[in-house]
Write a new protein. Structure first.
Lengths: 249, 203
């Protein structure tokens, strides 16, 4: 539907402007005789228009516009045939009026035509810029109204509070980063440890360890036990876990 | 208004136009600033004189009963550099014919445009409306018909403050008067029933 607004037929002058152009090209005056003379040229224009716009997708709109060109063309053919056959026998008043009307419209447009050049020359040469309504974007939604502006002693306190919020976030990030130990790292370090010793227990391994490290260590020994690299023993519930290196016989 | 009050209102007007940005009617200004419309017009004249000085960068745009603040056309280059906008919208021959008619003779009906161009113009008018280059409002004299006028955007694109500033504006107004009599003697243009028929088909 959007294509309707980019019809290719807009790339062509309207029939009145085209006729004025054709007459001026031949340096003729606007009258019945000159109209008869340029009929062929106008029909050629109509044909080139039709062939160039054959790919037009918007058939309905295209035909609607094109029909106006056909109306003018038919009037020209009438004028031409009249001049060729030279029949002044019966004067049809309606037809005479129509021809006269076309002539008036052409003369009018001929005088108006310089205006088109004026507009074309002004177009986008020196643009005046302006701005859209500020209200919604700026003035009201982001207004800061602290009440009594004479007393600004509250400002430092609030600023500190605001920065305090940021600092909390930063500290939390640091803590996490410091204690982050991957399971993979822990397994590697345990394997290195078991190269040196045969037996140990969980409380020794997790001495001074943080909560996070404790969990990782536990996961690591479970993993190693599953792989069959160590043996785990626990004599009673909640007693220390004894870890033994599995000997490869 | 005394002199001090007037100066104050002048500043208020400038502030209002700056905040509002878009075209604003004289009526609305008079409501906001709590002065009469005549006083608004006088203030605008004063501000216009002030802005016309060389050390001011802004100018007024006028259309019908509305006014807008914009940058002077000679600074077009600076601002284009700043916003790096690619402004290359073209005017097709059909757009040019239609816009020229609306600029010089608006408010103008579709049937009048079609009479002068000799071609169905409903689609080109829709296209220009969509591009925001023209506006329309119902014709008070004729139901179901519209009158077409230029938009502020069109004025800005042409770098003119008001349509009357267009080159040869008066000359073309007279041209229309000259031909009006001529065509009235011949065929009344356009025929009333023809217009109604077209409107029923398209709107």
């Amino acid at each position: 539907m959007n294509n309707v607004y980019k019809l290719k037929i807009f790339d062509f002058e309207g029939p009145i402007e085209k006729l004025v152009e054709l007459i001026e090209d031949k340096k003729l005056e606007i009258n019945e005789l000159s109209l008869a003379q340029i009929t062929t040229d106008f029909l050629n224009y109509l044909e080139s228009l039709t062939s160039q716009i054959q790919s037009e997708e918007n058939k309905r709109e295209y035909l609607q516009i094109l029909s106006s060109f056909v109306v003018i063309a038919s009037r020209l053919i009438f004028i031409k045939s009249k001049s060729l056959l030279n029949f002044n026998l019966e004067k049809d008043e309606e037809e005479e009026k129509e021809i006269k009307d076309l002539e008036i419209r052409l003369r009018w447009f001929q005088e108006f035509r310089p205006a088109l050049k004026i507009i074309k020359n002004l177009w986008l040469k020196n643009i005046i810029f302006s701005r859209s309504y500020l209200e919604k974007k700026f003035v009201f939604s982001q207004i800061f109204a602290p009440g009594n502006l004479k007393d600004v002693s509250f400002a430092p306190e609030y600023l500190n509070k605001i920065f305090g919020e940021f600092e909390k976030l930063l500290k939390e990030e640091k803590t996490l980063a410091k204690n982050l130990i991957s399971l993979e790292e822990k397994i590697k370090s345990l394997l290195a440890h078991f190269k040196l010793i045969q037996e140990t227990n969980f409380s020794k391994l997790s001495e001074n360890a943080s909560r996070g490290e404790l969990i990782v260590t536990f996961l690591a020994i479970l993993h190693l036990a599953r792989e069959g690299l160590i043996l785990l023993e626990q004599n009673s519930h909640f007693s220390d876990i004894i870890i033994k290196k599995r000997s490869h016989e | 208004m005394n002199e001090a009050n007037k100066k104050n209102k002048l500043a208020e007007l400038e502030a209002l136009l700056f905040i509002y940005g878009e075209p604003i009617s004289f009526k609305k200004i008079s409501e906001v600033l709590e002065i009469t419309e005549d006083e608004v017009l006088k203030l605008i004249e004063d501000l216009k004189l002030n802005l016309s000085q060389e050390d001011r960068g802004l100018t007024f745009l006028f259309l019908e009963d509305k006014v807008q603040l914009g940058t002077k056309p000679q600074f077009s280059g600076i601002l284009e550099k700043l916003i790096k906008a690619e402004i290359s919208e073209n005017l097709t021959p059909a757009s040019l014919e239609t816009l020229a008619l609306i600029l010089y003779f608006g408010p103008i009906s579709r049937s009048k445009i079609e009479y002068h161009r000799g071609v169905d113009s409903s689609f080109i008018l829709k296209s220009l409306l969509l591009r925001g280059l023209i506006e329309r409002y119902p014709d008070p004299k004729m139901p179901n018909a519209y009158l077409y006028v230029p938009s502020f955007k069109l004025l800005r694109h042409l770098g003119i403050s008001k349509v009357e500033d267009l080159p040869d504006y008066q000359k073309f107004q007279e041209l229309n008067k000259k031909f009006e009599n001529l065509s009235n003697e011949n065929i009344e243009t356009p025929k009333q029933d023809e217009v109604d028929l077209q409107i029923n088909q398209n709107e």
